[in-house]
Design a protein around this ligand. Structure first.
Ligand SMILES: *[C@@H]1O[C@H](CO)[C@@H](O)[C@H](O)[C@H]1NC(C)=O
Length: 135
């Protein structure tokens, strides 16, 4: 389709790819794990389509690191459950994001702050600490 539209050699960036784990019939951790594992493996092969084997995405953004319990549910409650981790940094399933066969690390000793605080900031910090390789 891109070739027909005159864009045969443009970079492809996938802005959002993920699978929810709750809020819809097929929104389960098992299916999300299967989807994300297939996606990561596909991206690792850097393969495109049968017609254009090298026409693979140059960048892909996984949606999402964390569940978002304040996300709009205008399209469905599943929209709050795309996280690989729950809102508090606990992994919902296994996927190899570069750590190999090791399990994803859950956030430890999570301090649950009073709801008057913006927990958006702390949850991002906790998960980045857990995901980034130790120095
Ligand atoms: C759920 O998954 C099954 C099996 O793949 C499929 O047949 C069905 O259409 C799906 N349901 C929805 C609502 O997507």
């Amino acid at each position: 389709a891109l070739t027909k539209a005159g864009f045969s050699d443009m970079d492809i960036i996938v802005g959002r790819a993920g699978w929810p784990t709750d809020g819809a019939v097929n929104a389960t951790s098992a299916i999300a794990q299967s989807f994300m594992t297939g996606l990561v493996n596909h991206l690792a092969r850097k393969s495109g389509t049968p017609l254009r084997p090298k026409f693979a995405p140059t960048e892909t953004y996984l949606y999402s690191l964390l569940d978002e319990d304040q996300h709009s549910i205008a399209t469905g409650s599943y929209d709050r459950h795309y996280g690989i981790f729950m809102f508090d940094g606990q992994a919902k399933y296994h996927v190899n994001l570069g750590q190999g066969p090791m399990a994803l690390k859950n956030a430890l000793d999570v301090d649950y702050l009073p709801s008057k605080w913006s927990w958006l900031a702390w949850k991002c910090v906790i998960c980045l600490q857990q995901l980034l390789p130790a120095a």
